[in-house]
Design a binder for this molecule. Structure first.
Ligand SMILES: *[C@@H]1O[C@H](CO)[C@@H](O)[C@H](O)[C@H]1NC(C)=O
Ligand SMILES: *[C@@H]1O[C@H](CO)[C@@H](O)[C@H](O)[C@H]1NC(C)=O
Ligand SMILES: *[C@@H]1O[C@H](CO)[C@@H](O)[C@H](O)[C@H]1NC(C)=O
Ligand SMILES: *[C@@H]1O[C@H](CO)[C@@H](O)[C@H](O)[C@H]1NC(C)=O
Ligand SMILES: *[C@@H]1O[C@H](CO)[C@@H](O)[C@H](O)[C@H]1NC(C)=O
Length: 457
């Protein structure tokens, strides 16, 4: 919570308004933030993914301007989400039936799995990069809708800034039930934990487990999801022996302490509502302390994580149960992903970084022990998280989110239609009109043989 509060303090002051003479004049006060991937179009869809998983530590003295945040360690799964968004946009751009003759652009920012960077990202999405946006302060948002973010806390931070402008935010991965209660411009293509938490309680009851331990991430996702689970579990007659919170950014030693509590408990069933960034730390510590013999019950964020289904963790996690997000196929995505290479845009640092991480080479010569990247390495020779399309769950939620926005805009532009009685043309419509349209959109994507719709609950 403090984290989020600081984020608001630090970055909301980016835009300042000066009342000068007769006209208002607006100028950006901080430095603009740039998208990692972007392309212009008549309509622009923004994206925020946790493309990197580690953020630099900054000291917040509140007396000096804080250092710029830097993100490192590319997350190949999140990079796949970003590329899936681009794939869907291209598919719609190429379509002659959906938004014909309208080009769609995108701006994709890195939320870096942190509320601080997410604030920066949403400011970039709203403000654009121009330091002065013209003579008046009433310029438009630089994007018409936002896809993201990959976790609940980051999504909340984005909504705190974008909500007042009524820009629709559609998340592919934020499950916290708290989001739908507070933010009318929020939508998602993933079910809310309102359902998951109850279902987990029923699952535990189903197997006759009456005495369980509970562990959660100390963030919006874990705290809300677990609170609902505990209430539902009590109603099902299940008792909770302990309820512990882990924090990967909090005081060190917290995870070790939590594992000691679990170990000394008598419950043989452990319900873990843990965010993606925290689960590795918890399982590593469990391994260190030889925490075996437990039946784990997991939440959707980690239950299908391939990186945990290894021999290393088999002694701890074998037999784990939980609910997974529906798996789908996206025709053409694999081929699209295999085309991604640094030659697509020689100035793009992210593409080069992706290449270096994938092939273990470097574009800079003279780095000891590193081979030089040629740029013509072959992605098809590699099997990694980025190219693996056998388990498309969250990626398909990204795909659906882009289609939701496109259908909403398409419906709006149908001249004379109920959504567009005044015949608004593409240059004139505002995000808040899209918001209305998303609410009413029911659609099916060409590829997925299921009718999809966004959830607002
Ligand atoms: C969309 O199509 C237009 C026109 O064909 C093209 O110029 C633009 O680059 C395309 N945009 C994307 C994101 O592919
Ligand atoms: C869109 O059309 C372009 C040009 O025909 C093609 O290169 C690209 O692969 C298409 N993209 C998708 C996702 O269908
Ligand atoms: C798209 O543009 C072409 C060429 O300008 C035009 O012939 C066609 O009618 C347009 N289609 C729609 C649906 O507006
Ligand atoms: C870990 O626990 C198992 C079973 O509880 C036990 O057999 C094994 O010896 C323990 N290993 C270590 C290194 O403590
Ligand atoms: C990648 O995985 C596929 C399918 O599992 C397999 O056929 C292929 O040989 C693998 N390629 C490499 C380079 O490991």
């Amino acid at each position: 919570m403090l984290d989020r509060f600081c984020a608001m303090l630090l970055f909301v002051i980016f835009v300042g308004a000066f009342g000068a003479e007769n006209t208002e004049y607006c100028e950006m006060l901080g430095d603009p933030v740039f998208p990692l991937l972007s392309k212009d179009g008549d309509i622009t869809i923004g994206g925020a993914f946790s493309i990197h998983s580690q953020i630099s530590k900054t000291s917040l003295s509140f007396t000096d301007v804080p250092e710029a945040l830097t993100c490192s360690r590319i997350d190949l799964r999140e990079f796949r989400f970003a590329q899936t968004m681009i794939f869907a946009i291209q598919e719609i751009n190429n379509s002659s039936s959906l938004l014909p003759n309208i080009s769609i652009g995108y701006k994709i920012f890195d939320s870096c799995g942190s509320t601080l960077t997410s604030t920066q990202a949403v400011m970039g999405l709203l403000n654009g990069q121009e330091r002065t946006s013209g003579k008046t302060c009433s310029s438009r948002s630089s994007v018409h809708a936002i896809i993201g973010a990959s976790d609940s806390s980051s999504t909340i931070v984005m909504l705190q800034s974008s909500g007042i402008f009524q820009i629709p935010v559609i998340s592919h991965f934020a499950t916290c039930a708290c989001l739908s209660k507070e933010y009318p411009s929020f939508f998602r293509t993933i079910p809310s934990d309102y359902y998951q938490s109850r279902a987990l309680a029923k699952l535990v009851k189903h197997f006759g487990w009456k005495w369980v331990g509970a562990v959660r991430s100390d963030n919006d996702y874990g705290n809300n999801g677990m609170a609902t689970f505990i209430t539902a579990a009590h109603q099902e007659g299940v008792c909770i022996e302990y309820s512990e919170a882990i924090s990967s950014t909090g005081p060190s030693g917290n995870v070790a302490k939590v594992v000691r509590v679990i170990k000394s408990g008598t419950a043989r069933v452990l319900v873990a509502f843990i965010a993606q960034g925290d689960i590795d730390i918890l399982v590593e510590e469990a391994l260190k302390q030889n925490l075996t013999g437990l039946q784990w019950v997991g939440s959707e964020s980690w239950i299908t994580a391939g990186r945990l289904a290894t021999k290393r963790y088999s002694g701890i996690l074998t037999g784990t149960l939980g609910f997974a997000i529906r798996k789908t196929k996206i025709t053409g995505l694999k081929g699209f992903l295999l085309q991604v290479n640094p030659g697509q845009d020689s100035h793009n640092n992210l593409l080069r970084e992706f290449w270096e991480a994938t092939f273990g080479c470097s574009f800079q010569s003279g780095i000891h022990g590193q081979t030089l990247c040629s740029g013509s390495e072959i992605l098809e020779d590699i099997n990694n998280t980025f190219t693996d399309v056998s388990e498309l769950r969250i990626s398909s939620n990204v795909y659906k989110a882009v289609y939701a926005v496109a259908h909403a805009m398409h419906n709006m532009l149908k001249c004379g239609d109920a959504m567009n009685p005044q015949c608004i043309w593409k240059d004139d419509f505002e995000p808040k009109q899209i918001l209305q349209s998303v609410r009413h959109a029911h659609w099916s994507t060409g590829q997925m043989k299921i009718t999809a719709s966004v959830f607002q609950r």
